[in-house]
Ligand binder design. Structure first.
Ligand code: IFM
Length: 443
């Protein structure tokens, strides 16, 4: 098996995770600046203030990508760098930065793919309710208008959101991501407004960008029952509704899964759920970030709780995420069968491992190489089964700020020394380079 000739090989990053320059050149505070500076929220008190200093070092990072031979670079735009208060006055220095970045990516022969929202909401908007405030649909459309007018002559591929599941559930239900809320109603309001904002932003992109292609990035994960016990089956179905169908049904069918709405109960009282039909705007592609599956077992006497029960011998990444490439094939074929046909891109896939420090310019990361081999073979298997999978973006180009885990978890195929900012391509980067060049097979 070989990948199609026009298959897109990419690398992905996100603004807050790599840019640094958090309050420089007029950038406004974002919810992650506030959250990471709140004691106890991020491992080791890490913040994204400096991160990979990509704001200043992007020419070196683009040169590294050119050397890898990637055809596409998926990055995200920091809303508060462009509009510091989230709405109203623009920050010329922020717009200039993205101009320079895009110019440099294009000059390297790499196609830029932009994500509008990868979790760094302007704090000023959070102070007005953030994703729980219906006005955010208009604020997001305004921001989309500003940035697509500015970059639309060169950036043709646009994603509205990255993983709205995380925006809503990690940020508003579990409180482990900014803005750190633990409020079920806020969670469903965030889902609702984020998805409607997606639906309203796509036409703005099309209006401003000649030849635009637009879509959303979701992070579905298989949710399987550990046994055929009715409670395990119920929990798996609930997990599937919450993580998968809530988002896929909304953007493809313009409706919410009825079983989830029943579970949400009073938390969605008074919300105009029918308005979700606005989310079902026709898109050119769907981005899938794929990392893990869940095998859910009930806890006797605790109907709301579920524990993961993986088969003996299962291998895990440093995030304790199961390594199970078949899950990617299963998810891609399911989405194609139930929601397709539409072009699909794996917009993120990769793994954190406890890599050794560089030794004479070499970083040995055999487990990441094996991981990539496995998941790329799984992607190939999905193509062989008829899935219109058009590209793959490895997560991530660089070791970076892994949200609540700070700099402890390294997902990069390029090692970053956060003291010196020295970049060292790992063995996985060299593997990816050979694969792109057709000098490597997955067998
Ligand atoms: O680092 C994140 C990224 O920002 C979104 N998708 C999952 C990655 C790994 O946790």
């Amino acid at each position: 098996m070989a990948f199609p000739k026009d298959f897109i090989w990419g690398a992905a990053t996100a603004s807050y995770q790599i840019e640094g320059a958090a309050l420089q050149d007029g950038r406004g505070e974002c919810i992650w600046t506030r959250f990471s500076h709140t004691p106890g929220k991020v491992a080791n008190g890490d913040t994204g203030d400096v991160a990979c200093d990509h704001y200043h070092r992007y020419p070196e990072d683009v040169a590294l990508m050119r050397d890898l031979g990637v055809g596409a670079y998926r990055f995200s735009i920091s809303w508060p760098r462009v509009i510091p208060a989230g709405t109203g006055a623009l920050n010329p220095a922020g717009l200039d930065f993205y101009d320079r970045l895009v110019d440099s990516v294009c000059a390297a022969g790499i196609t830029p793919w932009a994500t509008l929202y990868h979790w760094d909401l302007p704090q000023a908007l959070q102070d007005r309710g953030g994703w729980t405030n219906p006005e955010i649909v208009g604020w997001f459309a305004e921001y989309t208008d500003v940035i697509t007018r500015r970059l639309g002559d060169r950036v043709k591929n646009w994603f509205t959101h990255n993983e709205p599941f995380c925006t809503a559930f990690l940020g508003h239900m579990m409180g482990v991501h900014a803005p750190g809320l633990t409020d079920t109603r806020a969670t469903f309001l965030a889902v609702h407004h984020a998805l409607i904002a997606h639906g309203e932003a796509v036409p703005v992109i099309r209006r401003n960008v000649p030849g635009a292609k637009a879509g959303i990035v979701l992070n579905p994960s298989p949710q399987l029952p550990a046994t055929d016990h009715p409670e395990d089956v119920r929990l798996a179905r609930r997990g599937d509704a919450m993580t998968n169908r809530l988002f896929l049904d909304a953007v493809f069918k313009g409706q919410y899964p009825t079983d989830l709405i029943e579970i949400a109960g009073q938390a969605v009282d008074g919300i105009d759920l029918g308005a979700i039909q606005k989310a079902a705007v026709k898109c050119d592609f769907l981005g899938i970030n794929y990392y893990m599956r869940w095998i859910l077992a009930h806890v006797p006497g605790k109907p709301e709780e579920a524990v993961n029960r993986f088969p003996p011998g299962t291998e895990f990444t440093a995030m304790d995420w199961e390594i199970y490439p078949q899950g990617l094939t299963d998810m891609l074929t399911r989405i194609h069968r139930e929601y397709g046909p539409i072009d699909i891109y794996v917009t993120e896939n990769g793994a954190a491992f406890d890599d050794p420090e560089p030794n004479n310019g070499v970083v040995e990361d055999p487990r990441r190489v094996a991981y990539l081999r496995g998941y790329l073979a799984a992607a190939q298997a999905a193509i062989a089964q008829g899935v219109p999978l058009k590209g793959y973006f490895v997560w991530s180009l660089l070791d970076n700020f892994e949200w609540a885990y700070g700099y402890e978890k390294r997902f990069g195929i390029i090692h970053v020394d956060f003291q010196t900012q020295k970049r060292t391509p790992k063995q996985s980067a060299l593997f990816y380079k050979r694969l792109i060049a057709g000098q490597e097979t997955l067998g």
